[in-house]
Write a protein that binds this ligand. Structure first.
Ligand code: F3S
Length: 640
């Protein structure tokens, strides 16, 4: 009796046994990258000496850094396009859409494994794929034909009953789940949905839910593949990709929750965490300055038509800036043909490119002290680009209704038509460049001045005596570590330059302190590194000489990224020891080359004259990786 998760893992298992919490490795069918993480992933693929990718499908999307206010982003795009052609990877041009939306429409398949260098890769779980976010180096390894290593997850069952009322959306379902489980509640788990309510949710609605499973810290989230999945694939002219997928009767889950869709009300995540969730009824009437609709969470045809139907015949409040980014060229084109776009423009919306845009801080930073309602998935401090702004996460229904009112309202009070999916979606893949074996041989990879060589770590030393460069609290995000935004993102392929921005909003002197002290340690609270998959949050600290992070606990992808770049992720045996360490204390760790599985290590706080114990929970492969100074070094060692 197997869950959907176990069925897909079983079909892809290459190492280990399917025992919860044990290390396993699975074969990866598909990979995706986006430009902000992709340049590193392809530099890493090149460093592995791989000629053609070994996956069924690999695709490189450009959706994050599409502003071209300098040569940097354009250089990155050219590099990505040519390196894709060289190595057998499809290339989705800027303007074709947000990676997860396009992937759902055109490539994601039920029952397949997908590894993406973006934490919201689980979006494809809406169609029944086992879709996991990872660092670029893990994705490069998968493209090279290597298995993906993970811990056999626990499986959580969320049973959905009934159907949503008008004005309540699948975003409200996932916000409810976040309220129940918190941003740490999914760690080490796959969230699997079932129940009679599933058949009342379209594929994009399911994808909104699996997309924000990333905010639970979950390995991924997955829906069954059923007749709704078939219909969606048929409307995308790819019914041949359909397979049925459901859990066996009597499958065993580690935890079970139930949500009644009939009585669910609109929800809102308040600043600055996606799990700071309240029912909308508790915040009605709050004045709104900005409304931003889009992102990989809520930018499907259905979301956009819902917004258009709410805006029809209305005008955006004069005090509100409403920005809308449709998720893909397919969505934008269909809105342009059916009049939805004109409705939005007439209502006073500002229409943005089909990219991540404001979600990654690329433009549209709100006014000082703003209340910004966003349909996105993250509202971390500073991510909007305006540090004083309060960003709240809501459904497209709540966002559009509040943009008209000028303050937060409950969309259930409005009359509007619930959109139907079209008979067929408009298919035009002409902005996807297919790899071509003949052209591949002739293709020269173009490296503009923004494409810098990959920094490589040195092997681990037996004794490390260094200072604590920074001490941070709980729930530090990758946005705290490696900020996004238009000033920083253009340097995603230039680690030396991007290292200047590490922790810039937390401790401005971090970069200079690391340079002056030749690196050191990071000390952190729990859930360190939550948020995006960006490996720059590990790679740039490695470049600055960070040797270990000692935390109360780690977010999954960031911990894997630290190991990939040879930084040791230690956890406190006794969390109280966190309190006894101060910034700039000198710590000494000895006998690191004898590090063994399941064996704690003693750390000396030289400044305080004390010792404390840390553990690491590293597998033998992780230990070998760290000793070598990271995955690339280990691969090279093994190739010799
Ligand atoms: Fe892009 Fe934001 Fe999603 S940055 S991939 S739209 S989380």
């Amino acid at each position: 009796m197997l869950t959907i998760t176990e069925k897909i893992i079983k079909a892809h298992l290459v190492e280990g046994e399917m025992h919860r919490g044990e290390p396993i490795a699975i074969h990866i069918d598909q990979t995706l990258t986006q430009d902000a993480t992709g340049t590193m992933a392809y530099l890493q693929l090149e460093a592995m000496g791989v000629d053609q990718v070994k996956t069924e499908l690999s695709i490189s999307y450009v959706d994050h850094n599409t502003l071209q206010s300098g040569f940097e982003n354009a250089d990155d795009h050219k590099y990505l396009q040519t390196v894709a052609m060289k190595h057998g990877v499809k290339f989705s041009k800027p303007g074709n859409g947000i990676c997860h939306q396009v992937h759902l429409e055109r490539f994601a398949k039920p029952g397949k494994t997908l590894l993406g260098s973006d934490s919201h890769t689980p979006t494809a779980g809406g169609i029944g794929a086992l879709a996991i976010g990872a660092g670029g180096l893990d994705v490069a390894c998968a493209m090279a034909g290597r298995a993906f290593h993970l811990t056999m997850p626990k499986v959580v069952n969320i049973i959905l009953h009934g159907s949503l009322q008008r004005g309540v959306s699948s975003k409200d379902i996932i916000l409810k789940v976040l309220q129940l489980l918190s941003v740490k509640g999914g760690v080490g788990k796959v969230i699997e949905y079932s129940g009679d309510g599933v058949k009342n949710l379209s594929i994009p609605q399911r994808a909104t839910i699996t997309n924000m499973g990333a905010e639970l810290g979950a390995t991924t989230s997955v829906f069954p593949s059923d007749e709704i999945t078939y219909e969606f694939l048929k409307k995308q002219h790819r019914e041949e990709d359909y397979v049925e997928l459901k859990a066996d009767e009597g499958a065993v889950y580690d935890e079970t929750y139930e949500i009644d869709l009939d009585t669910l009300e609109p929800m809102i995540a308040m600043p600055h965490s996606p799990d700071n969730v309240l029912p909308i009824s508790e915040v009605l009437g709050m004045k709104v300055d900005q409304v931003a609709i889009g992102s990989c969470t809520n930018s499907s045809y259905r979301d956009m038509m819902t917004v258009a139907n709410i805006l029809k015949g209305k005008t955006v409040d004069p005090e509100v800036s409403l920005v809308i980014s449709p998720g893909s060229r397919q969505v934008l084109n269909m809105l342009a043909s059916n009049g939805g776009l004109s409705t939005m423009i007439t209502a006073g919306a500002r229409i943005l490119e089909t990219t991540c845009g404001p979600c990654i801080g690329m433009g549209q930073s709100p006014i000082t002290n703003a209340l910004s309602l966003r349909t996105f998935n993250r509202n971390f401090y500073g991510r909007s680009g305006t540090l004083s702004a309060k960003v709240c996460l809501v459904s497209p229904e709540t966002a559009a209704a509040s943009a008209i009112a000028g303050y937060i309202i409950d969309p259930r009070v409005l009359e509007f038509d619930i959109p139907e999916d079209p008979e067929y979606f408009t298919i035009d893949d002409s902005m996807i460049i297919e790899p071509d074996m003949e052209l591949s041989a002739e293709t020269e990879v173009v490296r503009g001045p923004n494409i810098k060589p990959l920094p490589i770590n040195t092997p681990l030393k037996n004794t490390i005596t260094k200072k604590v460069m920074i001490k941070v609290d709980d729930n530090i995000t990758t946005d705290h570590i490696a900020p996004a935004g238009a000033k920083v993102l253009p340097y995603r392929s230039n680690i030396e330059k991007i290292s200047e921005f590490i922790f810039m909003n937390v401790k401005a002197s971090f970069h200079d302190d690391c340079i002056a002290n030749d690196g050191g340690f990071i000390v952190a609270g729990s859930n360190y590194g939550q948020g995006s998959s960006r490996e720059h949050a590990a790679l740039a600290p490695m470049y600055l000489g960070i040797k270990a992070v000692i935390a109360k606990s780690f977010a999954r992808i960031h911990r894997a990224n630290l190991i990939n770049f040879g930084i040791i992720p230690f956890t406190f045996v006794n969390e109280k020891d966190y309190n006894d360490i101060d910034e700039m204390d000198t710590l000494k760790i000895t006998d690191l080359l004898d590090i063994k599985e399941n064996t704690p290590i003693t750390v000396q706080n030289v400044t305080k004259g004390k010792t404390f114990q840390v553990e690491h929970n590293l597998t033998q492969l992780d230990i070998d990786t760290i000793k070598a100074g990271g995955t690339l070094n280990l691969i090279r060692q093994n190739q010799k």
